[in-house]
Design a binder for this molecule. Structure first.
Ligand SMILES: [Fe+2]
Length: 143
């Protein structure tokens, strides 16, 4: 699959999971969906950091933006960790809203800025190779 389509597919999957989580009928379903969301976000981070961002971070035209995006990945990771420290049931919704806001901000930056710039900066062959590497990284993480 084409690189940008592949990344957008990740974003769509995560968006859908947030929607389902917000409407989850019980704690069991909610916990199951949350585990899926967490794995999805962690795999996205690992795969993207090591391939797409690694290729872009060496290009001076975009390296600052990529630095920011990498920091956002760390912020998302930290927000995910905070779920483990939560004890009250009531705080789940608040924590989830915070995570969603951070993820949506990050996705917006990618889709509205980074992808456009990357299309200019990377050749089609590079983008193709990155897409392959990213898929391979995700498969490794899933197994
Ligand atoms: Fe990302």
């Amino acid at each position: 699959m084409e690189l940008y389509a592949l990344l957008k597919q990740d974003h769509e999957r995560v968006k859908e999971l947030f929607g389902r989580l917000e409407g989850a009928p019980g704690a069991e379903e909610r916990d199951r969906l949350f585990r899926t969301l967490k794995l999805e976000l962690m795999a996205h981070k690992e795969a993207e950091d090591g391939t797409f961002y690694a290729a872009l971070s060496v290009l001076p035209e975009i390296s600052d933006r990529i630095e920011e995006a990498l920091e956002e990945h760390v912020d998302i990771d930290e927000l995910l960790d905070e779920f483990e420290e939560m004890d009250e049931e009531g705080s789940f919704a608040g924590q989830l809203a915070e995570l969603r806001e951070e993820v949506e901000h990050h996705v917006g930056e990618e889709e509205n800025d980074i992808f456009h710039e990357a299309r200019e900066l990377l050749t089609e062959e590079q983008a193709e190779r990155i897409a392959e590497e990213m898929q391979a990284a995700k498969e490794r993480l899933a197994s």
